[in-house]
Design a protein. Sequence first.
Length: 127
Amino acid sequence: MGHCLKALTSFQKALEIRQKALPSNHPDLATSYDNIGVAYSNVDDYLNALSSHQKALNIREKALPSDHPELSPYYNVIGLTYFNIGDYSKALSFFERAFKIAEISLPSNHPYVQLYGDNLQRAKKKV
């Protein structure tokens, strides 16, 4: 747990630096928010993880077409966070979006297509 908290602190410092140096819609900020979200998830702080992942997604959604393959991991990680919170219907919604984008934009044998499909099925079983 100590390593996770150190990582979280480092990711937060990186975000502060990037916020000072970059425009508010820069993709590197999305990366920082996503890293922070993962660190929060690793210490089971899912509400802060969700907030961070949502900020990352908001930045990427403004910069990319709605079906861009780079969006699918963001939808998936938000789905995972909702799943961990126990909000399976919201998880299902985000998993569906991740899977739909991956299915349209990636080869059928791409690992993300399988992963997102598996996550979608897990959520369907819980709803």
